[in-house]
Design a binder for this molecule. Structure first.
Ligand code: HEM
Length: 331
């Protein structure tokens, strides 16, 4: 006799559409993964800042209402979206362009099938691997959101002036451990930050007791002086930026952690991971053991990619990633 499905204990109904699986598109769009990989690899070769941009967009998508492509919705005259939040102003156009290109190619191959949320998750994985990082599993079947809040990102995402306490609390509130916080921060092995994000470490710096210093003394002095020179006109030109990982900026490796041990962390949130006793041992582990970093980063990214995903009628498969299928207003 065939087994009768037993409802889960506690009366909890599993999400409509079932759990995510790596084979989700194996029948409906078998070449989806290959197409996304090809498109974003070409984009990365033409614009090498794409990988970092896509990875950051993915993080900003997932931490705000789950991995549901809500960050890809464009603001319009009727409604502002997550893109209107201050913290999202610096998300680079090349990252959005990579997703748009992948979506266009997929709509030609299998229209209306592959969600923008899945595209973003797969594009991030491809680009992490392409720049030298680990390959991790990406279960598929996310639906795209039916709303996008302009105020949520500034509340839900970490800022560069947070203390480690605040970071730990924010990540814990979303179910992420201290280890996952440190491993995921290793994404700052790629890309860059604008001077305004770390200028208070360089100019008019005061220690906790209010004593003025030439710069944040936790920084390597030559590094700090170099950054002071690079950023000197940042108020006039807010586009000036510095690499997050000064040693190997385009390579996904564990150099970010090695840098922290040498006072070469760019953001104060980066450097504080090396000074706080709760995070320091993990920084040291990842600085000395790149395999441990890659394993933990891969696991944490897979977990991040499953954060509050929408399935079934909770979402839709958008035809265009920047707008809802029913029109410009959120439902
Ligand atoms: C732990 C707390 C975090 C803080 C406070 C933080 C903050 C920041 C800031 C201020 C920037 C510079 C943005 C700019 O000036 O354009 C940045 C860049 C970046 N962040 Fe984070 N971030 C954090 C965690 C993460 C995580 C978990 C990821 C991904 C898994 C990530 C990926 C990136 C990437 C790849 C860039 C470079 C972007 C580019 O070059 O376009 N960050 N982050």
């Amino acid at each position: 006799m065939p087994a009768v499905p037993v409802p889960p204990v506690g009366g909890q109904v599993p999400p409509v559409g079932g759990p995510l699986t790596p084979e989700y598109y194996s029948k409906s769009c078998p070449r989806a993964e290959r197409i996304i990989a090809e498109v974003v690899q070409l984009k990365q070769m033409a614009n090498p800042t794409t990988a970092a941009g896509v990875l950051r967009v993915f993080f900003h998508d997932c931490f705000v209402s789950g991995c549901d492509a809500s960050v890809l919705i464009a603001s319009n005259q009727f409604a502002k979206s997550e893109q209107a939040a201050d913290i999202n102003h610096s998300l680079p156009g090349d990252a959005f362009d990579a997703v748009v290109r992948a979506k266009l190619a997929l709509e030609l191959e299998c229209p209306g099938v592959v969600s923008c949320a899945d595209i973003l998750a797969l594009a991030s994985r491809t680009l992490v691997t392409m720049t030298g990082g680990p390959r991790y599993d990406v279960p598929l079947g996310r639906k795209d959101s039916l709303s996008s809040s302009p105020t949520a990102p500034d509340v839900e995402l970490p800022h560069a002036n947070f203390t480690v306490d605040h970071l730990i609390q924010m990540f814990a509130a979303k179910g992420f451990t201290v280890q996952e916080l440190v491993a995921l921060s290793g994404a700052h092995t790629l890309g860059f930050s604008h001077c305004k994000e770390f200028a208070d470490r360089l100019y008019n710096f005061r220690d906790r007791g209010g004593k003025p210093e030439a710069f944040d003394p936790s920084m390597n002095p030559s590094y700090a002086r170099g950054l002071q020179a690079v950023c000197q006109d940042y108020l006039k030109d807010p586009t000036i930026a510095a690499f997050n990982d000064i040693m190997t900026p385009g390579k996904f490796d564990n150099m970010y952690f090695i840098n922290l041990e040498r006072g070469l962390g760019l953001l104060s949130t980066d450097e504080e991971l090396w000074t706080d006793p709760r995070t320091k041992p993990l920084v040291h582990l990842y600085a000395t053991n790149s395999t441990a970093f890659f394993d933990d980063f891969g696991r944490a990214m897979e977990k991040l990619s499953l954060f509050r995903v929408k399935t079934g009628a909770d979402g839709e498969v958008r035809r265009r990633c920047d707008t809802y299928n029913h029109g410009p207003m959120p439902k």
